[in-house]
Design a protein around this ligand. Structure first.
Ligand code: 3PG
Length: 426
């Protein structure tokens, strides 16, 4: 697999940026879905077989080093569960475990003990604010650990961060890894000039991140179906009362403009016409029976709000599931990112499972289906519906930005590094 890099890394310290931002089971503390890890294991194994000293670096979640103590961050965002899985996959002789930091004396000591053919994992790069802030000081310290940088973290190529872009200014030899190359071929081939109609299903909880993407997708897709938490901001913008569901007030006006634009362009922007709501988001045993309420502007009066105050929207309703299915089955390419509700609570997973089933059905009929994003991939894998999907991407936000046609800072940085190496300057 590594042949595409055509380099001999024997004895070299290779820092491999990976995306180990994977779901972890709260109850067991173990990795709940290893798709992202499995996707990059061939690269890790190839480097080890080739005699490299492999230093794995990844972010995990979104710790806040300015607000949280190191202890708090370690209790919530340590890569320990991933290290446990790697030990079982790579063998404890070859895998030297988790270094307690990603830069500084502890990281340096761990790296200095690595033998050719061995690998270690650095602790979460985001424990240092300099990663997200892309500070040169952080990037320089990370770069000091290695001779070669290989970026195989497709899920994070859309981030301009120290361990993705910054580091390439301080390591002379930087390369994209095989997973990044494969993802680009799969996604670019199918999404830059898609077989139409192109349907996009968007959901998930990273509301502030994604809601702007809906606007961009309205310009490129034929059908945009929105579920998950972000749908409630769009519904609120359309005049629906959403009870206590968290919405992004700042986005209400842009959402209205987006809906007008969709209507002008003829893009079918589908919002839920019914939803499930509940009195609690997190404790299923204490939940009221979930209600399904028709959500139309007409049904919302101060006496009869669509979702009552004190209740939260937790999933799309059955009518919406039917509409999404019918509209998506009429498409010839479907891209899906993000669950339709709080799918980690089984009672609220129906909408997400229904979209997974629709993509399975569409795939069997010959439609090109692409799923990106940790949660949607976990949902489809857990439901046993992954086999016929055309491409399961390791990138969530990254694959969305690719469809939008945005540049990828992580790839641009690798290109610049290559130009400099080839003597062409920046
Ligand atoms: C993802 O889960 O999409 C990637 O790991 C990127 O994570 P981020 O959105 O926190 O940068």
């Amino acid at each position: 697999d590594l042949d595409i890099i055509k380099k001999d890394f024997t004895g070299k310290r290779v820092l491999l940026r990976v995306d180990f931002n994977v779901p972890v089971d709260d109850a067991t503390g173990a990795v709940a879905d290893a798709s992202r890890i499995n996707a990059v294991l061939p690269t890790i194994r190839a480097l080890m077989r080739g005699g490299a000293r492999v230093i794995l670096a990844s972010h995990f979640g979104r710790p806040e080093p300015k607000k949280q103590s190191r202890q708090e961050m370690e209790s919530l965002y340590s890569l320990r569960p991933v290290a446990a899985l790697l030990a079982s996959q790579l063998g404890s002789a070859a895998f030297r475990g988790l270094a307690r930091d990603c830069i500084g004396p502890e990281a340096e000591a761990a790296v200095s003990e690595l033998q050719p053919g061995q690998a270690l994992l650095l602790e979460n790069t985001r424990f240092h604010g300099g990663d997200v802030a892309n500070s040169p000081d952080f990037a320089r310290q990370l770069a000091a650990l290695c001779d070669v940088f290989v970026n195989d973290a497709f899920g994070v190529v859309h981030r301009d961060q120290g361990s993705v872009t910054g580091i390439t200014s301080f390591v002379p030899e930087c390369y994209p890894g095989p997973l990044i190359r494969r993802e680009l071929t799969e996604l670019a081939d199918r999404l830059y000039d898609p077989v139409r109609p192109l349907g996009v299903v968007l959901g998930g909880a990273k509301v502030a991140d994604k809601i702007g993407v809906v606007g961009a997708l309205v310009e490129v897709a034929d059908v945009v179906a929105v579920g998950g938490r972000m749908a409630f901001t769009l519904l609120a913008a359309a005049g629906v009362s959403v009870g206590s569901t968290q919405i992004e007030e700042d986005w209400l006006e842009p959402c209205r403009r987006m809906m007008t634009r969709a209507a002008q362009r003829g893009t079918r922007l589908l919002l839920p016409s019914d939803v499930c709501w509940s009195s609690s988001l997190s404790r299923p045993e204490q939940l009221d029976t979930s209600g399904v309420t028709p959500l139309t502007r007409d049904c919302c009066t101060p006496d009869r709000p669509c979702i009552p105050p004190g209740r939260y929207g937790v999933d799309i309703g059955p009518e919406t599931m039917d509409t999404f299915r019918t509209e998506l089955l009429a498409c010839r390419t479907i891209f899906w990112n993000g669950p339709m509700g709080k799918f980690e609570v089984p009672e609220f997973a129906s909408g997400t499972v229904s979209v997974a089933r629709t993509l399975d059905e569409a795939s069997r009929r010959g439609t090109i289906t692409i799923i990106g994003g940790g949660d949607s991939v976990s949902a489809v894998t857990a439901a046993g519906l992954a086999d016929h999907i055309t491409h399961i991407s390791t990138g969530g936000g990254a694959s969305l930005e690719l469809i939008e046609g945005r540049g990828m800072p992580g790839l641009r940085a690798l290109r610049m590094n290559r130009r400099q190496r080839d003597g062409g300057g920046g």
